[in-house]
Design a protein. Sequence first.
Length: 226
Amino acid sequence: MAGPVAAGRGLDSEAVRAAMVRKLREQGLHNAAVAQAFGAVPRHLFVDSALVTQAYEDTSLPIGLGQTISKPSVVGRMLELLLECPAVAQGRVLEIGTGCGYQAALLGRLCREVYSMERLRALHEKARENLRPLRIPNVHLILGDGTLGYPKGAPYAGILAAAGGEAIPDAWLEQLAVGGRLVAPAVVGGASGERQCLVVVDRTAQGCVQQVLEAVHFVPLKSGIV
Ligand code: SAH
């Protein structure tokens, strides 16, 4: 299929967005709320104007400073995993790695309150610009080192990271509510060596229960603010 016809920001985005959602559903996206959010948030407004024609393809794209907006199928997978936890939709959610703000916008439609952290000032500001016209009052952007979490909003019903480190930082587990769920990429060791996988942690009254899922490729989780 030919890509969408770009007329700058005047692209007929609703039709191409609907086509993207159809494809994601064919590939297994089953959560109706997540599909609806994908259909509502204009992904092309979050990428550079030179990349607008690719905005609705299932691909990751550069957003500057060596970072990328994750591909929609991966974003969908993570959102579905997060929302499997019944507390998430009605609770506060912490996102680590705002990037361009796209996933934060989706989370804003899916959860009651969203705190999204970014360590790169330029991207934090870009996300603010990107989100402004969408007027999503329940998404709060924070410039900060996400490895420390954001204690002011804790405890969180959900924590979602878009950058992967060697391990899940302790601060995230401490700030996760009992009954809450964390979804993040992290390096896990196995018989075939170390690789980055999607990790799900459910915090129960008895402690944390971890599942290691498929291999993924996320940008590295780094410390400090730049
Ligand atoms: N969800 C984003 C994906 C951005 S890529 C989107 O929709 O665009 C991951 C982001 O995580 C990058 O912008 C990177 O700068 C950020 N990041 C990496 N380590 C971080 C940290 N310790 N705290 C906050 N953000 C971090």
